[in-house]
Every structure is written in structure tokens, then in C-alpha cells.
Design a protein around this ligand. Structure first.
Ligand code: PLP
Length: 504
């Protein structure tokens, strides 16, 4: 429990909140339900519950206060700066939220006949149009539910292409060491084997090593551009050419698309397939596991294998193709999801795109890169940048600046929490030691960045002045102090039992 000297355990307005099961008392309720009457034993086939179900019994105010207090303990993009690299945590305009809540859109059912949901199909179709235009790619699969799901969808299309062309033996996938963990995971889920490609001393793909690994059993490469070190892969055209010469496809992880929207047409880089994290680049809320959306653009060659369902322009309006027989000779590899995709996310992304316009999108990527370079420039003398700048939309530091201070990247991050900041991404990418990856995004003001810079500079000075013990004790001002993460991972307590889990 947090250190405290108050009788209640509360610290001013920071209330020590018990679990919901620990409050209330038997029989209390916020609603009046008539007695259910006798239960027909026979119909339950002996499964009638013998003891109380153990749900918490609370009055309405108790319940409302409990959840409101929990929500106040939450830290989110609406409460403060969120410098997580690789995640693009930017402001979500309220206009997009308003559009997503329009009753005409929220009251739809996915089983409604297409002629009654023409507006919804138009949302899907216009968003698809924007994404194809921005990337310069001819086709798109709209249904993947997240970036990782889009990777899997793209890889399934690649696999289907190879199998269809008598090259089903192509099962090796080349993935750079700096890649996000979802890349090798998606490849493995697709039945491919993963072959890692090292990074060079400039933080980019070692092209010679990649070329040496290309061969007749390679299905595709998976390259992130800009990569997870926040750097543009300058030899991307050479990489694409060599990949195609070897009969393999170029899968681009598009999670960092925020850095280049409106400036780079993905098709011009020789990309065959790329997922777009709508919840990163096109400003829809994410975190805590979703929801997101990962529409995946496809080249001409891969287009016929795109999964069902998809929207087409028919004689009588927009139509949904749900079956291979109706797909006009295409060879969809199957479905990746029930229904048509994350519709609420589509609305937000389309509202964002339309309110920004193409000039606004270009401005956003420009400002995202400018903000990251501002951080890099103002922090470069106290932290240790891993690679020479300039960077793209995020800047990468390693822990050399903490050498001999006794402070680790983790301790430094905990110190940031006491200063009221969500830490940056730590220990990722794996290609540098003790990584600190910061992505400010375009939506932060100069004042916010200056204050953040001030905090980081002060913490770095404190670490260098020998305050290791202070850092080890952080966070000091949070409802819970530092957790024993090893213990939590090895012996997780996953179930509350009456009396058993009381906080010490
Ligand atoms: C976020 C991210 C992914 C995975 O996307 P999800 O939407 O979280 O599944 C893949 N690659 C990179 C580089 C990412 O940042």
C-alpha cells in the first residue's frame, strides 16, 4: 500500500479505492427487481447454482463513485502528454467522436440488407478511396481489426498468391531485427518461418545481409518504413528491386505512416502490401487493447486474393460481396473477421481525413517530423541519441547517458511518472541498449514539448548527480509504488477470493 499518514488511507483527493467486491453488503441493490419466483428444477438439468453467485451488492451511488474514481486514476491522451514511440498517441478530435455517435450510424445492424445501409457502405467506400489514393495502391482489404491483423491478412494474400502460382514452397519471411514483435508473430501464425535480418550501424536494414538471404524459398520481406528507430530506410528502392527480382513480395509495416502521409506514395517505393493503423495515423482512440482497425492496401498482383467481404459499385448502388461466387473471378483467401470491419473506427478516420483535407494531412506529417526533431535537438546533448539525425516522427535514445549512474532506463521512466508524465516506449526497438523511444506527434504544442524537455533535462541532471536511490524508489506519488514485475509475471494473482487478496 502507498505510504500514508492519514487515518483514511486517502491522500487528499486521491482516494484509496478498494476492489468492487470489497464494498457493499449482502442484499443491497440499486434497482428493484421482482422476485424471480420458483425455478423449474427440471429445465436446469441439475445445474442449479447451490451457493450465491458472489456478485457485489451495491447501491447506485456506491457503484457510480467506484467507477468514477477508477476512471480518475486513468492516464490518457486527454489528460496529458503521451510520448510513447511506435504508438502515435495523438489527439482525437471531438468532431470525429461526434460523427461516430450519429444515431443513423450507431443504430445500424450488420445483417441489414445493403439497400438500407447505402450511407454506411459509402463510408467504407470513401475511406477505402482515400487510403488507396494516399498510398497510390490499387486495392484494399478493409476488414482487418488492427495492425497485427492487417499483417496477417497481407501475409495470407501473399501465401495464397504463391500457392496459386505453384510456389507454395516459399515459406521463409525476412524480418529486420528492429521490427515490431507483431511482424514475426504474424508470419509464424501464417505458417511461415522467420529469418531475422540485422541492422547496420546507421540503424537501417543491412541491405547486403538482406540480399544474401533472398532466395527461391522466400515468400516476402517485412520492412517498416520509417523504421522503428525513427529513420527512413534510404535504400528502400534497392531493397524492393532485389526482393522482386527474387520472386518475393515486399510487405511494408505501415504503423509509422504518420511520418509520411501526403509526402510519400507507398506504391512508388515498390511496396506490394501494407497495413494502415487507422488508430495511429488517422487519429482514432486506442490503448488498452482497442478497438483499432488495420485496413491493408494491396498491389495489382495481390488484389485478387483480398479477403471477403468487400464493397463494389453495382447497378443499383453500393453492394457487398460476401461470397467467392459473386466476386467476379477473384480468389479471396477467405474472411478475416465477422462482418465488415471496425465500422466506428472507419467513421472517425474518415471524419479526420475529410476535416483535415489532403493539404492538412501533408501538414500533419510534416509537423510530426518537425516535433520529433525538435525533441531530438533539445535533448541530444543530455541523452544519447542512438543514430545520427535527423529523425522522422520519433527519436531514439539509448542508455549510454546513464552509464555509471546506477539508474536504468526503467528507473528513469518511473521518475518520469512522478513528474506527471507517461513514460516513453522503453527497451524497444531491441537493436539498441536500454532504448528510450519518444514520439511527440504533430498535435502537441511547443509549450507542451518545452515543459517535457525541461522535465527530461532535469531528470537526466539528477541521475548524473548521483540520485540513484531516488530513482530506485520512484514512483513515489502514485496510488501504488513500484510493482514487483517479476513476481507479478511469475505468480500472477488472477482471481479475487473473499479475504484472500487483502492488500498488505
Ligand atoms: C503498433 C504497431 C504494430 C501493430 O499494430 P496493432 O494495431 O497494435 O496491432 C505493428 N508494427 C509497428 C511498428 C507498430 O508500431
Amino acid at each position: 500500500m502507498a505510504e500514508t499518514t492519514t487515518f483514511s488511507g486517502n491522500r487528499a483527493l486521491q482516494i484509496e479505492e478498494p476492489l468492487i467486491f470489497e464494498i457493499g453488503s449482502h442484499g443491497r441493490t440499486g434497482i428493484d427487481i421482482p422476485d424471480a419466483g420458483p425455478v423449474d428444477e427440471d429445465r436446469l438439468a441439475g445445474c442449479k447454482r447451490k451457493a450465491r453467485i458472489g456478485l457485489p451488492d451495491l447501491s447506485e451511488p456506491q457503484m457510480v463513485r467506484h467507477y468514477t474514481r477508477l476512471s480518475q486514476k486513468n492516464y490518457g491522451i486527454d489528460t496529458g502528454f503521451y510520448p510513447l514511440g511506435s504508438c502515435t498517441m495523438k489527439h482525437n478530435p471531438r468532431l470525429s467522436e461526434k460523427m461516430a455517435r450519429l444515431p443513423g450510424l450507431t443504430d445500424l445492424h450488420p445483417f441489414q440488407p445493403a439497400k438500407t445501409v447505402q450511407g454506411a457502405l459509402e463510408v467504407i467506400d470513401s475511406l477505402a478511396g482515400w487510403l488507396k489514393t494516399l498510398t497510390g495502391m490499387p486495392a484494399i482489404a478493409m476488414s482487418p481489426a488492427a495492425g497485427a491483423h492487417g499483417e496477417w491478412c497481407g501475409l495470407m494474400a501473399i501465401r495464397a498468391y504463391h500457392e496459386d502460382h505453384g510456389e507454395g514452397h516459399r515459406r521463409r519471411v525476412l524480418v529486420p531485427e528492429s521490427a515490431h514483435g507483431t511482424n514475426p508473430a504474424s508470419a509464424a501464425m501464417c505458417g511461415f518461418t522467420v529469418d531475422p535480418v540485422p541492422a547496420n550501424e546507421l540503424g537501417r536494414v543491412d541491405v547486403a545481409a538482406l540480399k544474401a538471404k533472398l532466395g527461391p524459398d522466400v515468400a516476402c520481406i517485412m520492412v517498416t518504413n520509417p523504421n522503428t528507430c525513427g529513420l527512413f530506410e534510404t535504400e528502400i528502392l534497392d531493397i524492393a528491386q532485389a526482393t522482386h527480382d527474387a520472386g518475393a513480395f515486399f510487405y511494408c509495416d505501415g504503423a509509422n505512416y504518420n511520418a509520411i502521409v501526403g509526402r510519400v506514395r507507398i506504391a512508388d517505393l515498390g511496396v506490394d502490401c501494407m497495413h494502415i493503423n487507422l488508430h495511429k495515423t488517422f487519429s482514432t482512440p486506442h490503448g488498452g487493447g482497442g478497438p483499432g482497425a488495420g485496413p491493408t492496401v494491396l498491389s495489382e498482383k495481390l488484389a485478387p486474393y483480398a479477403p471477403l467481404p468487400f464493397v463494389v459499385h453495382g447497378a443499383g448502388g453500393l453492394e457487398l460481396v460476401e461470397h467467392e461466387a459473386d466476386s467476379n473471378g477473384a480468389k479471396p483467401f477467405g474472411r478475416v473477421k465477422g462482418y465488415h470491419g471496425q465500422f466506428g473506427v472507419f467513421i472517425r478516420a474518415l471524419a479526420y481525413i475529410q476535416s483535415m483535407g489532403s493539404d492538412g494531412l501533408r501538414q500533419a506529417s510534416t509537423d510530426a517530423v518537425l516535433n520529433a526533431n525538435y525533441l531530438m535537438a533539445r535533448l541530444g546533448d543530455v541523452l544519447t541519441p542512438s543514430f545520427d539525425g535527423p529523425c522522422m516522427h520519433e527519436c531514439l535514445f539509448d542508455d549510454r547517458f546513464l552509464k555509471d549512474t546506477g539508474v536504468t532506463t526503467l528507473d528513469f521512466a518511473k521518475g518520469m511518472i512522478d513528474e506527471g508524465y507517461h513514460p516513453m516506449t522503453m527497451y524497444f526497438p531491441l537493436v539498441v541498449h536500454g532504448a528510450l523511444l519518444m514520439e511527440p506527434t504533430e498535435t502537441e504544442s511547443k509549450e507542451t514539448l518545452d515543459e517535457f524537455i525541461g522535465v527530461i533535462r532535469a531528470l537526466a541532471a539528477k541521475a548524473k548527480a548521483g540520485a540513484a536511490e531516488d530513482f530506485k524508489a520512484a514512483p513515489k506519488y502514485t496510488p501504488r509504488r513500484r510493482l514487483d514485475e517479476t513476481l507479478a509475471a511469475r505468480t500472477p494473482v488472477l482471481r479475487w477470493k473473499p479475504g484472500a487478496n487483502a492488500a498488505e
